[in-house]
Design a protein. Structure first.
Length: 754
C-alpha cells in the first residue's frame, strides 16, 4: 500500500527531541551567484513541511527572473509577500517600483479551483500502489469538506481537473535529497496547460514518495511565480496535508505550541515565561498545527476574513468579558490583547462541532480538553513568518511533554512579570465568563524622529512626503500617527505606515511634527523639523529704477545715479542679473550679490537709459522685470535764468565746475529757487572750509539743512537729492544760513531725472 500519510503517529515526542536536540537542517537551496548584479523578478516563498519529524523542514525564498532563479536569504526578503515583483541587488531585496502588496486586494473567500497533476519519473510505468486520479479527487473533496465546515460555506475547494498520470524527465535530486520543485512545477504546468492567475487557483503536483526527501508537503506562502498558488505532495495525499498546504496558499502561518519553564535550568514547567521553547505544529486543534480535527483558531479565521469585526475585542485595561465557543459561529469569540511586539489572542474551546473530540476519542493518546486558551503572535518568535501562532499550555504535566492548554472554571493565572492575568469565573457549553487584569499603560511609544524631509529643506512645490522612523509601544500597542504642520493636524495615518503625503503647503516656512499614539491614548511627538516651501518666482515689488543719491561726485556730462529695486522670496534669492540698455541697445551686464538691492551707475546726460532685472531664487524659480527708461540732465550756470537767485550772489569761474562756473553767496538769507518737472532732483555744489549750512525747502516745506563744510575742497558734490514716485512739478528753495566763520554757500548745477 502506498504511504498516503506519513503522520500516523503523534509528533510531540519527535518535537521534543527537535527542541532539545538537533534542529532539522533546512532544505538546500542554491546560493546567489558571485558578483550578482541587480535583477528584477517575482519573489516566491515556499514552506516545506516535515510532519513526521514534527518540525517544518525549511522556508525557501526564490526570485524568478527572466534569466533564471535566484535563491535569497529569507531574512533579506523580510515580510515581502509571495508573488511580489522585487529587485534583487546582492543581499538586498526590495519591492519593485509600483509592485504594491498583492495580499491587499486578493481575498481568499470564495470558491477555490484545484488542478491536480500526478507525475512520476523513476519507473517505466506508474508505480504500484499509487493513488488513482479518483482517490486524489476524493482527497481534495475531503479538504473541501473541512474548509466548508470551518468557514460556514464561505471557502470551498472545487476540483477543476485531475490530470492523468504523466511521466516526466528525471531532474535529479538536490543536496537535500529532494527533487527540483521548480522543474516539477514546470512539467506539471505543461500537463495542466494553464491555471487562472488568482489566489483562488491552485496547481497541485503529486509524485511518488522520495524517501530521501524529508518534507511531506510543500506550499507557496501565497502566490507562486505564475500568480496562482502552488502545492507539491511527496507521496502524501491525506486531507490534513492537503488542507495544511492550502492554508499556506491562503497566507496562513503555522500553529505552534510552547513549553515554558520557571528558570533557565528548566526545572519547573509553567504556562508562560521568558524561558520558552517553540514546538512546531504543536497546536492540537488548528489545521496549521498537527491535525485537521479541530476548528481553526480565531486568529486564523480573522486572517482568512471569516471573523466579523464584532466577534473580536481589543483589551488594554482590566476587563470582564463573556466568550462564546469558537465553534459557535456567533458572538464574541476572540480577545486581542497587545503587549508591545507580542499580541495575545484568547478564545474558548468546548467539545462541540469540529472540537467534539476534545475531551477524548480524538486523534491523540491524550485529550487537550476544554477551556479558555491563549495563543500569542510575536514577529521575533516565528520561525518562518511573522504571523505564526504559539499556543500556551496552562496545565502542563511535568511527567509528560504536554497536558492541557486551557483554563477551566475556577482557574486563574498571573504572568511571571505581574503585567497581566486571567481569572475564569464560570464556563459551560454556552460561554465562558472571565476577568482580564493588566497593568495600566501610562507611557507613550518609544521616541522616534522624522527622517524626511531634513531640517532646512527647501521644497519647490506645495506637496511632500513626510517619513519617520520606526517606533513601538512596550505596554500595549501602536494605534496611529498624526502629522502636524504649524501646529495643526493635517493627516492621520494608521499604524504600520511610516509616511504621509502632505499637500497644499503655502509658500513660506513651516514646522513639521509627527505624533505617535498607543492604544491607551499616550502620545510621543518627534522633534520639530522646519522646512521652507517656495513654489513661485521671486516677487519684485520695485523694478530697477535710477535715482539720484547724495555723496557722489558728479562727472562732466554724466549723471551719477543709484539703480534701486526691491525683491523678496520665501526661500531667499540665489542669483541676480541687471542688464543695461542705452538708446534701446545693450550697454552692459552686471551680476550683483544675492543680497544687493542697489547698484551705482551713471547716465549719459540727455539720453535715456534703462535696466532689466532677472532674479533666481534658491528653489530655482526665475522672474524677470524691466524698469523704466530714465533720461538724466545737468542744469549748469549758463542755462539758468537770473530770477533763480535772490540776494547777493556772485559768479565764480573755474575748470573744476561742471560748466566752468558756480554761483556763490555769503549773504544771510540769500536764496536760490528752482522750479522743475522731474522724478528726481539733485543739488550739485562745492564743499570746502569756507562753506556753511543751507536750509532746504521742497514745495514750501522744510526738507532739512545741508552742511557744505569740508576741511578739504571737493568739487561737484551731490549734496542734496529728493525723489518722488513719479515725475511732476516741484519747487526747491535753498536759503543760506551764513554760518559764522564760514558763511559761504554755492550752486554748481542741478541734476534731474525724468
Amino acid at each position: 500500500m502506498p504511504v498516503h500519510s506519513r503522520r500516523l503517529v503523534p509528533v510531540f515526542c519527535a518535537a521534543l527531541v527537535a527542541a532539545f536536540g538537533a534542529v532539522p537542517a533546512a532544505a538546500a537551496v542554491p546560493e546567489p551567484p558571485a558578483g550578482q548584479v541587480a535583477a528584477t523578478g517575482v519573489l516566491v516563498r515556499t514552506i516545506a513541511d516535515d510532519f513526521s519529524g514534527g518540525s517544518p523542514d525549511a522556508e525557501q525564498v526564490v526570485v524568478h527572473t527572466g534569466a533564471g532563479s535566484v535563491a535569497v536569504d529569507p531574512a533579506s526578503a523580510g515580510d515581502i509577500p509571495s508573488g511580489t515583483r522585487v529587485v534583487v541587488d546582492g543581499d538586498v531585496v526590495t519591492p519593485a517600483p509600483g509592485a504594491g502588496a498583492l495580499t491587499a486586494s486578493n481575498s481568499v473567500i470564495g470558491t477555490h479551483r484545484l488542478t491536480i497533476v500526478p507525475v512520476y519519473w523513476a519507473t517505466a510505468t506508474v508505480p504500484d500502489g499509487e493513488p488513482s486520479t479518483a482517490q486524489l479527487r476524493a482527497a481534495a473533496d475531503e479538504a473541501d469538506g473541512y474548509y466548508d465546515t470551518v468557514s460556514g460555506g464561505k471557502i470551498r475547494m472545487a476540483v477543476d481537473r485531475v490530470a492523468p498520470w504523466t511521466k516526466i524527465a528525471d531532474s535529479g535530486l538536490g543536496a537535500d535529497g529532494c527533487p527540483d520543485s521548480s522543474a516539477l512545477m514546470t512539467a506539471a504546468r505543461k500537463v495542466a496547460d494553464t491555471t487562472a492567475k488568482t489566489i483562488l487557483n491552485h496547481l497541485v503536483v503529486y509524485f511518488p514518495e522520495v524517501t530521501t526527501c524529508r518534507w511531506d508537503g510543500l506550499g507557496s506562502l501565497g502566490f507562486s511565480v505564475h500568480h496562482d498558488a502552488a502545492i507539491w505532495l511527496n507521496g502524501t495525499y491525506d486531507v490534513q496535508t492537503l488542507s495544511h498546504e492550502l492554508g499556506h496558499n491562503m497566507y496562513l502561518g503555522h500553529a505552534n505550541g510552547t513549553m515554558c519553564h520557571s528558570d533557565a535550568a528548566r526545572t519547573v514547567q509553567v504556562p508562560l515565561s521568558q524561558y520558552c521553547t517553540r514546538f512546531d505544529y504543536a497546536d492540537p486543534w488548528d489545521v496549521m498545527g498537527n491535525r485537521t480535527a479541530g476548528q481553526l483558531s480565531a486568529y486564523h479565521l480573522a486572517e482568512l476574513g471569516l471573523l466579523p469585526a464584532d466577534a473580536a475585542r481589543t483589551v488594554i485595561s482590566d476587563t470582564e468579558v463573556t466568550l462564546a465557543p469558537i465553534t459557535s459561529g456567533a458572538g464574541l469569540r476572540q480577545i486581542v490583547m497587545p503587549m508591545g511586539q507580542r499580541t495575545y489572542y484568547i478564545e474558548y474551546r468546548t467539545a462541540a462541532g469540529l472540537d467534539s473530540w476534545t475531551n477524548g476519542d480524538g486523534p491523540y493518546s491524550w485529550a487537550p480538553g476544554e477551556g479558555v486558551v491563549v495563543r500569542y503572535v510575536d514577529p521575533a518568535a516565528g520561525r518562518y513568518s511573522p504571523n505564526e501562532t504559539h499556543l500556551a499550555y496552562f496545565q502542563p504535566n511535568g511527567d509528560r511533554v504536554w497536558f492541557r492548554p486551557g483554563l477551566t472554571a475556577g482557574n486563574s493565572w498571573t504572568s511571571p512579570d505581574g503585567q497581566w492575568g486571567l481569572q475564569i469565573d464560570a464556563a459551560d457549553s454556552a460561554a465562558a465568563r472571565l476577568r482580564i487584569v493588566r497593568a495600566p499603560d501610562i507611557a507613550g511609544p518609544k521616541p522616534f524622529a522624522i527622517t524626511s524631509p531634513a531640517a532646512g529643506t527647501l521644497w519647490s512645490h506645495s506637496e511632500t512626503d513626510v517619513t519617520w522612523g520606526a517606533t513601538a509601544d512596550a505596554d500595549t500597542a501602536m494605534d496611529r500617527f498624526s502629522v502636524d504642520v504649524d501646529g495643526t493636524t493635517i493627516a492621520t495615518i494608521p499604524d504600520g505606515k511610516t509616511s504621509a503625503y502632505v499637500r497644499g503647503l503655502a509658500d513660506g516656512e513651516h514646522t513639521l511634527r509627527v505624533n505617535a499614539y498607543d492604544l491607551a491614548g499616550n502620545v510621543t511627538t518627534t522633534e520639530p523639523v522646519t522646512i521652507t516651501v517656495d513654489t513661485s518666482a521671486p516677487k519684485v515689488s520695485q523694478a530697477p529704477t535710477a535715482v539720484l543719491h547724495t555723496g557722489r561726485t558728479v562727472p562732466h556730462h554724466a549723471v551719477p545715479v543709484t539703480v534701486a529695486w526691491a525683491v523678496s522670496d520665501p526661500a531667499g534669492v540665489a542669483e541676480q542679473e541687471l542688464v543695461c540698455s542705452f538708446l534701446e541697445s545693450f550697454c552692459g551686464r552686471t551680476r550683483p550679490s544675492a543680497s544687493a538691492r542697489t547698484l551705482t551707475s551713471e547716465l549719459e546726460a540727455g539720453f535715456k537709459t534703462g535696466w532689466s532685472l532677472t532674479v533666481t531664487d534658491r528653489a530655482g524659480h526665475t522672474g524677470s522685470v524691466a524698469g523704466p527708461a530714465t533720461a538724466g540732465t545737468l542744469d549748469g550756470q549758463p542755462a539758468r535764468p537770473a530770477k533763480t537767485y535772490a540776494g547777493a550772489w556772485t559768479t565764480t569761474k573755474g575748470r573744476s565746475y561742471l560748466e566752468g562756473s558756480e554761483h556763490t553767496t555769503t549773504a544771510r538769507n540769500a536764496r536760490a529757487t528752482f522750479t522743475v518737472t522731474a522724478r528726481s532732483f539733485g543739488w550739485v555744489a562745492t564743499r570746502d572750509s569756507t562753506r556753511g549750512s543751507v536750509a532746504v525747502y521742497v514745495d514750501g516745506k522744510p526738507a532739512g539743512t545741508v552742511d557744505l563744510y569740508s576741511a578739504s575742497a571737493k568739487a561737484r558734490q551731490m549734496v542734496f537729492t529728493r525723489t518722488w514716485p513719479s515725475a511732476g512739478k516741484h519747487t526747491i528753495t535753498l536759503v543760506n544760513l551764513a554760518t559764522k566763520g564760514h558763511p559761504k554757500a554755492g550752486v554748481d548745477a542741478v541734476a534731474l531725472l525724468s
